[in-house]
Design a protein around this ligand. Sequence first.
Ligand code: DGJ
Length: 364
Amino acid sequence: MSTRNSFRPGELWPDNSGVHINVHGGGVLFHDGVYYWFGEHKIAGEAGNAAHVGVHVYSSRDLYNWRDEGIALAVSDDPHSPITRGCILERPKVIFNPRTKKFVMWFHLEPKGNGYSDSLSGVAVADKVTGPFQFLRALRPNAGVWPLNVPDADKRELSAAELARLSDMDVAGAPRPWYPKQLLFRRDFAGGQMARDLTLFVDNDGSAYHIYASEGNGTLHISQLTDDFLQPAGKFIRVLPGRFNEAPAMLKHGGKYFLLTSDCTGWAPNAARLLAADSIFGQWEELGNPCIGPGEQIANTFESQSTFVLPVQGKRDAYIFMADRWREQNAIDGRYVWLPIEFQHGVPTISWRAEWDLSVFDKR
Ligand code: DGJ
């Protein structure tokens, strides 16, 4: 295998065996001097959009060359398991817990046969970074907990009339002008909040957050995890209700928190969005499209959708925007779009580069 020394966004990216890397919707963990890239293992064809294998992991010391480390979390052969083969298992993210010394994985889970309606988060844990991860549970976060940032008047479960109103509405996951901003989190108070696209973020003080598209995709939630990272801690906020942000990826820079997100258009790419706040549970503001370039490129985020922001070790202010160029008809052929984040006036921006390397971070 020839050694790579650059990134070529959107092209085939061979691993150490020459096989296109298979970690879609992924995220990267840096541990003991090594980067680990986790993501959805896809198979060929449209069937590949469901999980037939599990979560794949690769390792690298330089971010260009990746070694196949195998399947970190395997789907189950037990038809009764929530992660049985054929379920939907998306956007796995792994963080390390220094207190328990465990590696903790969260992912979006839809048990087999129900489309995207269950809207669960799956949790798995391992002693070794490359696994095997043991599946712990599937849950809807924050059952019985009210968001921190809603008025007391909204902290009440739905009345029969409100429930009836809701039952007539299509609130299945895409923007709708009638989207009822204040109903869904109240409906889901008792059973837990819907959770689809997700990311994890560990702050400088060691606290970890689960950020997920909730309320029929209409509203993001930022939810703190317990000290062992295995459960919701019972503190969460709603972010931009009714704005329909998907594909969250978090970054902290200059004391500010930034979220890169997308619109909700299924597998088709759309324009990225940048959200910012001074504190994680603070007031989130939408700043617009972080992509810079010709209209057609930035209208679809260089034909990709965000999945993670990767902090590059040993370099100052160096972050990589990681995104997926999905191939709905042949899922295994999905491509990775990695681009450097460039700060302009203190905010992250992203521009197209057909080929680049980490030295871009030295020239600032
Ligand atoms: C967009 C999400 O970001 C993906 O993870 C996946 O769930 C697709 N929608 C399915 O259409």
